[in-house]
Design a protein around this ligand. Structure first.
Ligand SMILES: *[C@@H]1O[C@H](CO)[C@@H](O)[C@H](O)[C@H]1NC(C)=O
Length: 312
């Protein structure tokens, strides 16, 4: 990657002090980066490293400075971050992730964007939701990140929904497990923006229906419940959701009860939604992703209508 083609934040640019070795390693050839991530992989014995897992995936060239402007607990194990990305060269498609560079942390994080492209266009902000793990970038987000913290981000990924105005209208079925909701929430929000644009201007892409199937361990781990239900209630004819909990022990509140099914998402529920006009987006733990993509293939959904991303 040529330095001139990349926008480098100040703390990476100035090669003075402790940051120097880190900045140097980021600019070294991929083999060096691979070595760096391999050693952390061997420690954890799981292929959890973002750069290693996504080594062959397309990324954009632009690395942009970003500042943390809000944080909140989304669940007992998930922290939500809102980043301000002033750089106008930074853009993304609903469903994509960012490489997440942290000063002083040599391992690069990979986090899906859960906000809509519209929020970036209007307010220069993106939202990420990060689950607690022992991976250094996630540890940093949970233990050290604060308002005003400076990081850098670069967009990547081939899992996205970005229809052009003249494209054929499609229905979407989104299938999420756990934190796999993040990219799918971005797609859900983008679909809502497309509906609104079409309603306001009478032009733009014509969205079909969107159905979200979302499964988590229990109701406190069902992230963004309120945001999801608000969208579904705003577009009752266009959007629907089916929320599932697999290991609920506490009683489900009366408010949530009508929306929740106990037990996992079933093939039967899904098969009611199969049609030629439907695109399927699946993001969750690998066994769940494999199960549903195979199920859809067995039911003759063309592979180009099945998009999936495995999230470790
Ligand atoms: C969900 O599970 C988490 C982690 O096991 C636990 O802390 C939380 O209290 C549970 N919430 C509900 C509503 O059961």
């Amino acid at each position: 990657m040529a330095c001139t083609a990349v926008m480098i934040p100040g703390w990476l640019r100035g090669c003075a002090g402790a940051i120097c070795t880190q900045a140097a390693s980021w600019r070294s050839p991929p083999s060096a980066v691979r070595h760096l991530t391999l050693s952390s992989m061997m420690k954890s014995r799981r292929k959890t490293d973002h750069l290693e897992r996504t080594a062959d995936v397309v990324r954009r060239e632009v690395v942009s400075a970003a500042k943390v402007c809000d944080t909140a607990d989304e669940s007992p194990s998930v922290k939500r971050l809102r980043l301000l990305v002033a750089d106008k060269g930074f853009s993304f498609k609903a469903g994509q992730w960012v490489d997440f560079f942290i000063p002083g942390v040599s391992v690069v994080g990979g986090f899906s964007i859960c906000s809509s492209p519209r929020l970036l266009e209007q307010d220069r902000m993106i939202d990420l939701a990060v689950k607690y793990t022992n991976h250094p970038p996630a540890l940093w987000v949970h233990n050290q990140c604060a308002l005003g913290s400076e990081v850098a981000v670069r967009v990547g990924g081939e899992f996205f929904f970005d229809p052009q105005p003249a494209d054929a209208s499609r229905n979407l079925v989104l299938i999420a497990g756990g934190v796999g909701i993040n990219p799918l929430l971005s797609i859900l929000r983008h679909s809502a923006d497309l509906h609104r644009e079409r309603a306001d201007k009478g032009s733009g892409y014509e969205m079909g229906t969107v159905t979200l199937f979302y499964s988590a361990k229990n109701t406190s781990e069902l992230l963004f419940k309120k945001n999801i239900l608000d969208l579904v209630n705003e577009f009752p004819e266009k959007m629907a959701c089916s929320l599932h909990v697999t290991k609920q022990t506490a009683q489900i509140s009366a408010e949530l009860k009508p929306y929740i099914t106990e037990g996992r998402i079933t093939e039967k529920e899904l098969s009611d939604h199969i049609s030629k006009e439907t695109l399927f987006y699946i993001c969750g733990p690998p066994p769940m992703t494999d199960f549903f993509s195979k199920e859809l293939e067995d039911r003759h959904v063309p592979p180009e209508h099945i998009c999936f991303e495995k999230w470790w």
